[in-house]
Design a binder for this molecule. Structure first.
Ligand SMILES: Nc1ncnc2c1ncn2[C@@H]1O[C@H](COP(=O)(O)OP(=O)(O)OP(=O)(O)O)[C@@H](O)[C@H]1O
Ligand SMILES: Nc1ncnc2c1ncn2[C@@H]1O[C@H](COP(=O)(O)OP(=O)(O)OP(=O)(O)O)[C@@H](O)[C@H]1O
Ligand SMILES: [Mg+2]
Ligand SMILES: [Mg+2]
Lengths: 226, 226
């Protein structure tokens, strides 16, 4: 469903150059739930943003389905993202001036669509956001904001979800609700899911774990257990 | 060193009222390292902001040393915070237009001061930020931004540090460096530390854990072990 080959991303030039991605080769199969782990600063968010077409590689290839992202223009990338991709940002990236509910349905609304019948209620209920939907992000706790960001990515039922540390601000029980929801979407709807996490217990929900070190993949583990 | 008594914080009115804090009674002793745990939305950040004078209670009392914060005006609160308190925000709250280093020394600079000799280098080194100091927050990974926020609170060597989920975006090893640094500051300098965390392993570094549920304290545990 998604694949990076020889993916390289360099920020800056000369002595100051930062090799955020150093020839990354990794594939995410359709209906597969992959956790990505590695030290802070090792390139995980950069890989996720490039894989989802939110950022451009310096060199190398990114494919979503049979589409090569490195040859697509901004408009084509935007349409692909809206049609196929859900993204949970590490810093949430909520719109401060609108409510939680409006934030959640925003990507669908931009394509002139609405959530499939019952899906919004289902997501809101499992994520424990009942009663918070009319509030703006600044009126929510950190973990509630994170859950709004997660709901926004899931409610469109995309074919691939990239979740960048989706449980970092949550207690274990609330985090498990989210991970259970994601697991069900993978098992029932074959939603491809790539999740960056620092929590081995969260990674244990995945089918495999890919390890990042200094901008490249340093191995993987199938069927992880915490 | 810090104490809340009957602390109540209500957002909104009537049916829409949210009781974020519901008569909280808790004390943080000088030189004590306290972890605060509880479900997402249970009032932990609200308690921390009110204890540090960043937000006002609806009713009840907050004391830092022998100063009653509820009777102080904005100017007095600002001076007290700059002199005595370090705060690590759950959302980091870095200034986007200046470098990591400038962010770190900003609170001291606002009092016309500089870090004590050698402290900045020490903090930067332990937090693994060497080589990132000239970069602006948008050029840093999520975990690097979090470490800049932590460094900013610690470099002034305040008498009390409030850290709101300081390791949520960090791998275990990087998180342990920070927790070790905080533990040393408590043991060597008697820095009072209050740390919200969702990670039991992080809480195990503290002298005691206070549990928050629905806006009040529901018990505590001394000498926690993960
Ligand atoms: N301005 C506001 N208006 C209305 N409700 C608010 C406002 N700010 C916070 N709240 C609510 O107060 C409650 C406590 O929030 P708080 O941020 O203290 O929780 P928390 O324990 O820190 O949660 P988390 O672990 O998710 O960070 C939450 O239900 C939140 O939605
Ligand atoms: N605009 C930029 N200019 C220079 N360096 C950058 C820029 N953006 C990111 N970097 C660097 O690229 C490296 C990888 O960053 P990335 O955000 O992918 O890390 P990460 O693995 O997601 O880390 P974390 O676990 O802390 O979120 C980091 O060292 C970061 O400082
Ligand atoms: Mg990241
Ligand atoms: Mg909070």
């Amino acid at each position: 469903a998604a694949r990076l080959r020889g993916a390289t991303k360099i920020y800056g030039e000369g002595d100051a150059a930062v090799h955020a991605l150093n020839g990354v080769d990794v594939a995410f199969g359709r209906g597969e739930f992959t956790a990505v782990m590695g030290p802070s600063g090792s390139g995980k968010s950069t890989m996720m943003h490039c894989a989802a077409g939110l950022d451009q590689l310096t060199s190398g290839s990114v494919r979503i389905g049979d589409r090569e992202l490195t040859t697509m223009n901004d408009r084509e990338l935007t349409l692909l993202r809206r049609a196929e991709i859900g993204f949970v940002f590490q810093a949430f990236n909520l719109i401060p001036s609108i409510s939680a509910e409006e934030n959640i349905v925003m990507p669908l609304a931009m394509s002139g669509e609405r959530p499939r019948h019952g899906v919004l209620e289902d997501v809101v209920s499992v994520l424990g956001l009942d009663g918070r939907l009319s509030h703006r992000p600044s009126e929510l706790s950190g973990g509630q904001q994170q859950r709004v960001a997660v709901a926004r990515a899931l409610v469109a039922e995309p074919s691939i979800v990239f979740a960048d540390e989706p449980t970092g601000n949550l207690d274990t029980r609330t985090g498990d609700e989210i991970l259970g929801f994601i697991r069900r979407a993978v098992d029932e709807r074959h939603q491809t899911t790539v999740m960056v996490t620092h929590d081995p217990a969260a990674a244990a929900w995945a089918d495999r774990v890919v390890f990042f070190v200094d901008g490249s993949v340093h191995g993987e583990l199938r069927n992880p257990t915490a």
